[in-house]
Design a protein around this ligand. Structure first.
Ligand SMILES: *Cc1c(COP(=O)(O)O)cnc(C)c1O
Length: 426
């Protein structure tokens, strides 16, 4: 059989047509149960819309958790990925490729990284943070006369989420995620969120690094203040510790800026990126700022087989180009402001947080999980990181009309969720 014949027959035999409930029965007997039962079986997407196996349409206000920056099946990103794959798909890191180099240069340019800054490519957010964790371990030399010979302390925040692999999990605060896998890599302490005094008290000459998310996404979209970020920069500089910012969720236009910290007036030592970077294609990056930090990891000390491969880096280059050339950042600011204003006008909504199109809002009862279900029924994909908290992280190309359609539906979704909760309580 020729490759062409193979592709024609594979299209019809690899995946048969089935209903959502048939697929879910097969899912539960073939996939590991770590994610619980999926909400829907999705088969197709276009822009901010997706369709499930039963043909129902949804407005995707979660964007694959802040991943589908340009929505689904973006024509430019799709064609760049396809043509790169048809040209050169993988080479290993014994070699490099033009898209890898061009993407590294582009990331250094958009993050305004100073001379000597460098990039390491990974495949996911947790892998980018693993690389950052190893970078922090290499910042081990204590100052002369210090009471400890080595820096071993790494500081992260209560509520932090940095990923699920062992190093990133050690940085993650949530007990339910951590406890089953202890012992985790040591030396990590978690300090209260947003408490500048606690931070100043914790950072000392034994501190290798401080890890911060400018806005904690998984914790319900909780922003750190500019004052906090500046205090973190001052304290880490004074102690010789690295300031490492996890912008896996907040980076690449999510807040209407390339980086969430863009206006804070600080230069971090390192930033991690993933989620939106590849426009839906898996890719992560660690950017180290300045020469000294960039030379902490030396030849042979870290590596990856897939990281920085031609297809992933082409996908990211295409995503960045589309964001830049199509006015996407301005759209994020405008539609984000419109959504937040509309949400603030809804009676049951008690607080609205976030920047750009990373939005969290609280409701006045424990109905957020029921709202997710009611929203699906009404044709909207949303997420509840807490019992009273909803998170929205839609494609950055969401239109004002699409945002309004959700705002119009929201009172009904809240009412339906409250009714379900009242019935369950009986
Ligand atoms: C999602 C996320 C991660 C983990 O990324 P994965 O690609 O799921 O490994 C790390 N940090 C933050 C802030 C995230 O939002």
């Amino acid at each position: 059989m020729s490759p062409t014949e193979l592709s024609h027959s594979a299209e019809t035999t690899l995946v048969s047509q089935s209903t959502g409930s048939d697929w879910l029965a097969r899912y539960s007997s073939s996939l590991m149960g770590v994610f619980g039962t999926p909400q829907r079986v999705l088969v197709r997407g276009a822009g901010a819309l997706v369709w499930d196996a039963d043909g129902k349409e949804y407005l995707d206000l979660l964007g694959g958790i802040a991943v589908n920056a340009l929505g689904h099946a973006h024509p430019f990103v799709t064609s760049v990925i396809a043509s790169q794959l048809a040209t050169l798909g993988h080479v290993s890191n014994f070699f490099t490729s033009p898209t890898q180099i061009a993407l590294a240069e582009k990331l250094l340019a958009i993050t305004k990284a100073p001379a000597g800054s460098k990039v390491f490519f990974a495949n996911s957010g947790t892998e980018a943070n693993e690389a950052a964790f190893k970078l922090a371990r290499r910042n081990s030399e204590a100052p002369a006369g210090a009471k400890s010979a080595k820096r071993t302390k790494i500081i992260a925040l209560e509520g932090a989420f940095h990923g699920r692999t062992m190093g990133a999990l050690a940085l993650t605060a949530k007990e339910a995620y951590r406890a089953p896998f202890e012992p985790l890599p040591g030396g990590v302490v978690h300090i209260p969120f947003g408490d500048i005094e606690a931070l100043r008290a914790a950072v000392d000459e034994t501190t290798a690094a401080v890890f911060l998310e400018p806005i904690q996404g998984e914790a319900g979209v909780r922003p750190l203040s500019v004052e906090y970020l500046r205090a973190a920069r001052e304290a880490t500089t004074a102690a010789g510790a690295l300031l490492i910012l996890d912008e896996v969720q907040t980076g690449i236009g999510r807040t209407g800026k390339w980086l969430a910290i863009e206006d804070a007036g600080i230069v971090p030592d390192a930033v991690t990126l993933a989620k939106g970077l590849g426009g839906g294609f898996p890719v992560g990056a660690l950017i180290t700022f300045g020469g000294p930090t960039s030379s902490l990891l030396t030849a042979g000390q870290h590596g990856t087989t897939f990281g920085g491969n031609p297809v992933a880096t082409a996908a990211a280059l295409a995503t960045l180009h589309a964001i830049e050339s199509q006015g996407v950042l301005a759209n994020v600011l405008a539609v984000g402001a419109r959504l937040r204003a509309g949400l603030s006008d809804v009676d049951a909504v008690t607080e609205v947080r976030g920047e750009g199109l990373l939005i969290g809002f609280d409701v006045d009862a424990d109905i957020a999980p029921a709202m997710v279900t009611a929203a699906l029924d009404a044709g909207f994909i949303i997420n509840s990181p807490g019992p009273r908290t909803i998170r929205l992280a839609p494609p950055l190309i969401l239109t004002p009309e699409q945002a309004d359609s959700f705002l119009d539906a929201l009172p009904g979704i809240i009412k339906a969720a409250a009714a379900v909760n009242a019935k369950d309580a009986q």
